[in-house]
Each structure stands twice: as C-alpha cells, then as structure tokens.
Design a protein around this ligand. Structure first.
Ligand code: NAD
Length: 250
C-alpha cells in the first residue's frame, strides 16, 4: 500500500488520453488515486476506479463516497471534457452547447463543492483547460466558451478557496498526441498534411505528449508549487507565445 503521507488524488476523465497519463503518473509516484470516467478507467496498482458522470448529481455523490474511501482528497484534477459539440455560433445544437457547459464548466465547480469537506488545508485543484479557452477556433463555439469559462472559474476558485489554503490552477494544453487527436488526424482528407499543420501550430513544431501535460499537473498539485494559485499555465510548446502559426514564420 502507498505511504499514508502522500495525498490522495481524484482524477476525472481517467480512462484515456491526458487523464489516464495523469493517473499513471500519480500511481507511479505512490499516491492513492481515484480514477473517474464514463468508461471504467484501467486497473492500476494502488488505485480505485469508478464509472460515473461528473455532470450528474448522483455521479458526483458516488465520487464523494469513493473519495472518502480513498482517505481524503489532496489533489483534485478536473480533466473530463465533452468535445463533441461541433459547430459554430450559428449552428451548434442547444443540446451540444448544454452538455459542453455542463461537463467542462459546471462539473468542475459542482464536484469541488461535493469534495471540499474532504480537502484539507494545503490541498490543490488543477483544472485542465485548453489554449482554446484563451483564444477561439472557428466552428467550435461550445468548447471555446466552456474552456474560456473554466479559465476564469479557475481564478474565481483560487480567490474563494484561498481562505481555506486550497490552491487552484489550470493547465492550458496545446495539441496533445491523444487517441482523439490522432483519430481526427487519421480521418482527415490528407493525414500527413494535417499532422504537419497540427505540429506547426507549436513553436516546437510537434505535438505534445500526454505525459508532458501530466508532469505539469503533478507540479501544480504538489508543494513545489505552494505559492502558485490562480494561474493558467499553457503547456503548448510555445503556441500562445506567437500571434499565429508559431512554428511557421511567414
Ligand atoms: P479524451 O476525450 O481522450 O478523454 C476524456 C475522457 O473524459 C474520456 O475517457 C471520457 O470518457 C471522459 N469523460 C467525458 N465526459 C465525462 C463525464 N461527463 N464524466 C466522466 N468522464 C467523462 O480527452 P483528452 O484529449 O485526453 O483531453 C483531456 C482534457 O484535456 C480535456 O479537458 C480536454 O478538453 C483537454 N485538452 C485536450 C487537448 C488535446 O489535444 N488532446 C488539448 C487541450 C485540452
């Protein structure tokens, strides 16, 4: 069993992609972990896993019960997201809009409330936002609005939870080499060109790895970051350092 001195960690959206990499890193480093997802997260040594919808009140109360079993929450990572609300301002469906806002913006707030009594002084929350919460993309209105909301919710949470000595920060990843990104490259008309286009969004001219996001989340959740709160940290290979096409000067 992991040493009791390491804080318990709750990670939403832990079944795949970035959330899974975050869960793996905490497990590797010996933390008790609760992985939550709509699909059951993989079995990992020293971790609990739960199938639950963070956007439902019933799901969140099951998460709170499991977190109590974990022995409390030292770090909460709000990573689960709904990315399926396609469309721009004039054509995104009302249903897709509502789901994106519920999962990506409201759930981090409501889950925080449901877990707050399990979070001691010195604990931390890390929200997984996006570069698309800082800038918008054509035809992706619901996702952009939900992540933009999460960026400023992170600041509000930092202020409102500071009296409890709970820190709240966010990461804003660029394009990360996850199943979903690789899939969208694969199904495009010209996958090689699409991959290069994705790579060239970043000054470092490559996609990020899920592990590279996980390492920053780990840092923000740790005592190494004890004077850091209310910060939105881009993990984007220099994408937002440039006003456009960071990797491809014109
Ligand atoms: P993903 O879609 O591969 O994984 C998300 C996981 O969350 C899935 O396993 C899904 O089942 C789960 N999930 C979705 N809705 C849920 C709900 N209501 N309750 C519980 N679980 C739910 O996503 P990813 O690419 O790994 O992204 C993870 C996070 O990083 C998301 O917040 C995403 O917006 C953000 N992000 C990703 C990228 C990228 O390039 N992949 C870039 C910027 C930000």
């Amino acid at each position: 069993a992991p040493p009791a001195s390491l804080p318990g960690v709750v990670i939403t959206g832990a079944a795949r992609g970035i959330g899974r990499a975050i869960a793996e890193l905490y497990v590797e480093r010996g933390h008790p972990v609760l992985g939550v997802d709509l699909n059951l997260p993989p079995l990992m040594k020293g971790s609990l896993r739960l199938r639950a919808d963070v956007a439902s009140a019933a799901g969140r109360s099951r998460i709170a019960r499991a977190a109590r079993e974990l022995g409390g929450v030292g770090v909460l990572v709000n990573n689960a997201a709904y990315q399926g609300a396609h469309g721009g301002v004039l054509d995104v469906s009302a249903r897709g809009w509502a789901r994106a806002l519920n999962v990506n913006l409201s759930a981090p707030l409501l889950l925080t409330r449901d877990l707050i009594d399990l979070m001691p002084k010195g604990s931390a929350i890390v929200n997984v936002a996006s570069v698309q919460g800082m800038f918008a993309e054509q035809g992706n209105a619901a996702y952009n609005a939900s992540k933009g909301g999460l960026v400023n919710l992170t600041r509000a949470m930092a202020l409102d939870l500071a009296p409890r000595e709970i820190r709240v920060n966010a990461v804003a990843p660029g394009a990360i080499s996850t199943e979903s990104v690789l899939q969208s490259i694969a199904v495009s008309a010209d996958p090689e060109q699409t991959r290069r286009d994705y790579e060239d969004l970043h000054a470092l001219r490559r996609l990020g790895e899920p592990r590279e996001v996980a390492q920053v989340v780990y840092f923000l959740g740790s005592t190494e970051a004890s004077f850091l709160t209310g910060v939105i940290l881009p993990v984007d290979g220099g994408m937002t350092a440039s006003f456009m096409m960071a990797g491809r000067p014109v």
